[in-house]
Write a protein that binds this ligand. Structure first.
Ligand code: ATP
Ligand code: MG
Length: 564
């Protein structure tokens, strides 16, 4: 069932409004060009998906284009592995290959260097020999002006000579930096002579040892936008206070006004029970809390893909939440409900028993196998039907039987009759236990007259349970997942790692599946009836990851909120 919210996509927002206004006023000659600028220092997470959908979406809607540009300005933390994963994840998320090759900020190091020389010659940048701690201390605070560096009044000639020496490796790491010369008493801290270049004697994964000076984010970002002729530079709210500096650089470099990109900020995406900081995600991987960046519990795009989230459900979610100017946290159940809606439409149904116990039908003809017809997808008639073997030797879910049923437990118990999905009515006549008292076999009789799923005498049963025939079953395992963090807002805790849910992964290794599960492809999601949606692992034989359960927890949250 599609909920109302999912049927009414929002597509107007303040950013799209401003793009429309720019087109009609002829700003940038009506051109629209955006970019998505990840730093290749980790895998993309679902928060990035919002920015990807926005940047690529706007370009497409307004007939422009969007570049993937790697912001690869820090040789210490970046790698080709991350470049490749980011590229792949974006194409998967968008459901198409990118029409242009990715770009790299490191390809502009030469231009940035030339521009820095221009600033120096104009007396707008200087080499500062103070160490990082002193620079930070003399920047002042929100309530207190900063102090000028004793090196601030060096002449352009001296600065140029020192900067060239910096570039040529003539100084040790940390011994000096290049700073813009703006104002140490500026009310915006980002304008207090920000650092443009630092010395890092590290090999870069693309430029090797060519450079020993590396640009800071502020210096690299806006200048890369300008070089690519980006029109709309969209970024998250934490960069709002950097906008003045972004514009200041373009002004000093005399980028023609009609070619100047401009920055607009929007709210980050956050979820309950989730951390979306690359630093923390990296720590989860490095500390071995999860099996890797693509562990199905990770909120990374690759983790969600492995778990079976359809890319369309993530795109639909992003479209639904829209773009706003205030940060907020979404319930993770809302994203899950988009996943469920999509999978309900697209996935085939199969039967599986993940915690099996034997059920023997004592009055079933010895050795007989019968084929029962099952519907592949009730939401899509063209998916057709399949035949499932049925016999007197079945597996059912252990939790569908209780020797002493509590009130409201309507499934199987001694003396009780239930319906087997696509099968017959069966009545439990006896049970067999092992030495420890554990039920190992449930004995039943069946009523041959209930073949159509109904009793001719009109008697009713209160439960229908699923099953798998024993002799033809496929054996395998399923991994079920719970929240990685127990509390609702791990992002607000001092140490989110203290909040880790120790039971976030459960692997059931004796699951059994009906034979038609053999047709399920790698990475394909099926609905195991009554259990949820499950995605076949790419490499491990007959391993299925539980994508989401069947119950719409988002609907429950809404009900709860309404009754408050
Ligand atoms: P982190 O702060 O976790 O290290 P980041 O934002 O610095 O991540 P980048 O690779 O620099 O990571 O991000 C690329 C782009 O994605 C940026 O434009 C950033 O604004 C955007 N982005 C990152 N996180 C989110 C989020 N949670 N919601 C929306 N956009 C995001
Ligand atoms: Mg960043």
């Amino acid at each position: 069932m599609t909920s109302d919210v999912q049927q009414q996509p929002k597509k107007a927002d303040f950013i799209r409004d401003s793009v429309k206004a720019d087109i009609s006023s002829g700003r940038h000659y009506g051109r629209v060009q955006t970019r998505f600028p990840p730093e290749p220092n980790g895998y993309l997470h679902v928060g990035h998906a919002k920015s990807i959908c926005l940047n690529f979406g706007i370009a497409e809607e307004f007939g422009g284009f969007c570049n993937l540009r790697f912001d690869d300005t820090n040789p210490e933390t970046e790698s080709v592995e991350f470049v490749n994963s980011i590229h792949h994840d974006i194409e998967w998320l968008l459901g198409k290959t990118l029409s242009k090759e990715p770009l790299f900020a490191s390809d502009y190091f030469e231009n940035m260097f030339e521009w820095a020389v221009t600033l120096i010659k104009r007396g707008k940048a200087y080499v500062d020999d103070q160490d990082a701690a002193t620079i930070s201390e003399l920047r002042g605070s929100y309530t207190q002006a900063g102090e000028n560096s004793p090196f601030r009044e060096r002449s352009p000639e001296e600065n140029l000579e020192l900067f060239l020496k910096m570039k040529d490796g003539g100084f040790a790491e940390g011994s000096c930096v290049l700073r813009a010369k703006i104002a140490m008493d500026h009310e915006n801290m980002n304008m207090r002579d920000p650092v443009l270049y630092r010395i890092r004697k590290k090999s870069h994964f693309r430029t090797g040892n060519k450079w020993v000076i590396y640009p800071t984010y502020d210096w690299a970002h806006g200048q890369s936008d300008a070089l690519e002729k980006v029109t709309h530079s969209l970024c998250t709210l934490e960069f709002e206070s950097h906008r003045l500096l972004y514009d200041w650089f373009l002004e000093q470099l005399e980028v023609p006004i009609d070619q100047r990109p401009y920055q607009t900020e929007f709210a980050r995406l956050n979820f309950t029970h989730t951390v979306l900081s690359k630093r923390l995600l990296k720590k989860l991987v490095e500390d071995g809390v999860v099996a890797g960046w693509d562990d199905p519990r990770m909120p990374t795009i690759s983790g969600l893909r492995r778990r079976g989230y359809p890319s369309k459900s993530i795109r639909n979610f992003c479209q639904h939440i829209g773009i706003a100017k205030t940060n907020s946290t979404h319930e993770i159940e809302l994203l899950e409900s988009f996943v469920r809606t999509e999978l309900n439409q697209s996935s085939q149904r199969r039967m599986a028993v993940i915690d099996p116990v034997r059920l023997t039908i004592t009055n079933w003809p010895e050795g007989k196998i019968e084929y029962r017809t099952a519907i592949n997808n009730p939401e899509n008639e063209s998916a057709g039907t399949r035949d499932i073997p049925f016999s007197g030797s079945l597996f059912i879910e252990r939790e569908d039987f209780k020797e002493d049923p509590p009130a409201k437990f309507f499934r199987l118990s001694p003396g009780r009759e239930v319906r087997l999905r696509y099968g017959y009515f069966v009545t439990c006549t006896d049970i067999v236990k092992d030495k420890s008292g554990k039920v190992v076999e449930i004995l039943c009789t069946y009523d041959p007259a209930t073949s159509g799923g109904k009793a001719p005498d009109g008697r009713k049963v209160k439960a229908t349970i699923h099953w798998v025939e024993q002799t033809n079953c496929i054996k395998g395992s399923v991994a079920t997942y719970d929240r990685l963090f127990s509390s609702e807002r791990p992002d607000l805790l001092d140490d989110p790692f203290e909040d880790l849910n120790k039971e976030s992964l459960e692997v059931l290794e004796s699951a059994v599946f009906e034979p038609a599960v053999a047709d399920v492809a790698s990475n394909e999601v099926v609905q195991f009836e009554r259990l949820g949606y499950f995605c076949r692992d790419e490499s491990q034989v007959n391993l299925f990851h539980r994508t989401v359960g069947l119950r719409d927890e988002w609907a429950n949250i809404q009900k709860r909120n309404k009754s408050k």
